[in-house]
Write a protein that binds this ligand. Sequence first.
Ligand SMILES: C[S@@+](CC[C@H](N)C(=O)[O-])C[C@H]1O[C@@H](n2cnc3c(N)ncnc32)[C@H](O)[C@@H]1O
Length: 249
Amino acid sequence: MELLASPPARAEDAAGYLDLLGPGDEPAPSPAQRAMQSTLLPRIYEQVWRPIGFNLAKGWPAGPDTAEEYALARSWLALGRPTDPRKPDMTVLDVACGPGNVTRALAEGVGPGGLVVGLDVSATMLERAVAEPAGDTIGYVRGNAARLPFRDGVFDAVCCFGGLHLFDDPWAALDDMTRVLKPGGRLALLTLRRPALPLAGPAGELIGRLTGLTMFGDQELRRALQERGYRRLRHHRLPLMQFAGGTLG
Ligand SMILES: C[S@@+](CC[C@H](N)C(=O)[O-])C[C@H]1O[C@@H](n2cnc3c(N)ncnc32)[C@H](O)[C@@H]1O
């Protein structure tokens, strides 16, 4: 509650997560987003959809597998390793947390005084997230990534894996992730990449029109991070995905 910009008088958390979206606050769902809000996709997301879809886009078998991806997130965000005897008590935001797969991986890198907050707009995804066992270092919020419900500069680290390409306005979401990050805080993104190939531009636009997904060009994310004051940029290109991140200020 201390992290929230406007804590509600009465916390609506009967579902196991804090619901901060009123009926009129929900972003209009694109076709891709509608799938995320269905009941079927959240059920098969972690075991089927993510490993197949993400691994192909990352260039399986050459690209990093899911465990390597999670280790990269912990390392880029300066969290501990799961086997470390002492881990930092950091406050971390996981934007577009889906069923909490990345949230739980991040929580493996924080100490007992830390907290990882998973935020997602989809109630069906969050239902899956809260069904998984979680300790005191995880909490879930239903909210919109483009209007994060948190105070300025309260998080040590922000992660957004598999979310940016789904947002209506990814740059507004990036602005807000930056707003809630402390100076010196770290950001890690994993999102779709538009390969530098002939016809990739028009193909990306067509995919965007049909699905609502955005594919980001190689320099686009780097520039967006630089413009928002990130330094020590990190960028890792894969066939159809990219990791990008940096340190704020
Ligand atoms: C592909 S899942 C990613 C889950 C997890 N982070 C991962 O890497 O596997 C994308 C999530 O973004 C969420 N999402 C899409 N638009 C959103 C928005 N405007 N605000 C918050 N979450 C959003 C969807 O509901 C979905 O759960």
